[in-house]
Design a protein around this ligand. Structure first.
Ligand SMILES: [Ca+2]
Ligand SMILES: [Ca+2]
Ligand SMILES: [Ca+2]
Length: 309
């Protein structure tokens, strides 16, 4: 029995210890344990399951969707509430979402938390508030909210779409996960510096087995460097560098599908000069010395303390 428990514990750690994972692919909506409700203002629209524009308005084939209440005076709130979920240490809630129309029409998107019940009166803490412009109206993108303050607690999380006086945008939501944050690598190290290669290492805080490295000329802006994906060794030998050049690099861990860590702080290294460069330098020095003081060199040679072979 104990072995079985250990097996499942290690399986959970391999899977990122996901406490809640909802992709809205099952036609039942709301999914079992979830609640759809509102604040009593604007009862025509509610959170529903959307299957339009697969891959754009969804991750895979379906998402959750809330349309604005049109022609309603006052503040209309549409609530989508998760089942109870136990927050792990270093927990987070992450989700993909999008609005649908460019520009700001006035919708407000909120994520709230309750440590009591699914009753909307118990959601007394707002975790995050987004304007329309902060919710991409292009492809869905993922938001991360850290739940460190709730480690070990049983909570409910609500996605609240607010529209005032009937003017607003939609909110589409998909792949809602409550799981363990992927912690960023720390203490970056540099070893075996060559003219075109270097060994890069880091402390693997998250226990990940895959990483990404971004590197570029010293001081480069992140996002403009060279990205190395699918790194599975630590340390990792980076090849193809230019000799006698100073580089910065960053590392992030990949803890599972769509669960990367933040990027680490940067570290710096300078590659060595190439052998041919050194040869050129030597040749220049020797030819210069020979031209200027051939006699002196010969006299120095006679004073050498080393025995000539
Ligand atoms: Ca989906
Ligand atoms: Ca409504
Ligand atoms: Ca908009």
């Amino acid at each position: 029995m104990k072995k079985l428990l250990l097996f499942f514990m290690s399986l959970f750690s391999l899977l990122g210890y996901s406490q809640l994972s909802e992709d809205f692919e099952n036609p039942v909506f709301p999914p079992p344990g979830w609640v759809v409700t509102d604040n009593g203002t604007g009862t025509v629209q509610s959170w529903t399951r959307n299957t339009a524009l697969a891959g754009n308005w969804t991750v895979d084939l379906a998402s959750a969707s809330s349309r604005p209440e049109v022609g309603v005076t006052g503040l209309a709130q549409d609530w989508l509430i998760t089942p109870q979920v136990n927050v792990p240490a270093n927990g987070q809630v992450r989700f993909f979402s999008k609005s649908t129309s460019a520009g700001e029409a006035g919708s407000v998107y909120r994520v709230l938390i309750s440590t009591a019940t699914q009753n909307i009166a118990d959601f007394t803490t707002t975790l995050a508030t987004y304007t329309e412009l902060e919710i991409n109206n292009g492809p869905m993108d993922q938001k991360f909210i850290l739940l460190d303050a709730y480690a070990g607690q049983n909570v409910y999380i609500a996605f609240v779409h607010e529209v005032t006086d009937g003017i607003g945008d939609r909110w589409l939501l998909d792949n809602v996960n409550v799981d363990v944050q992927c912690l960023q690598p720390d203490n970056l190290t540099v070893a075996a510096i060559g003219d075109t290669s270097v060994d890069l290492g880091w402390d693997n805080i998250s226990g990940a087995s895959e990483w990404e490295i971004e590197y570029g000329p010293a001081g480069f802006v992140q996002g403009t460097g060279t990205l190395v994906t699918g790194v599975t060794t630590n340390p990792f030998t980076l090849n193809g560098l230019t000799a006698a050049t100073t580089y910065d690099f960053y590392v992030r861990a990949i803890c599972g599908l769509n669960n990367p860590s933040p990027w680490s702080d940067s570290e710096t290294f300078t590659t060595r000069s190439t052998v041919s460069n050194l040869d050129n330098v030597k040749r220049t020095i020797l030819s210069s010395a020979a031209t200027k003081s051939c006699g002196t060199l010969a006299s120095k040679e006679t004073k050498s303390p080393f025995t000539k072979l």
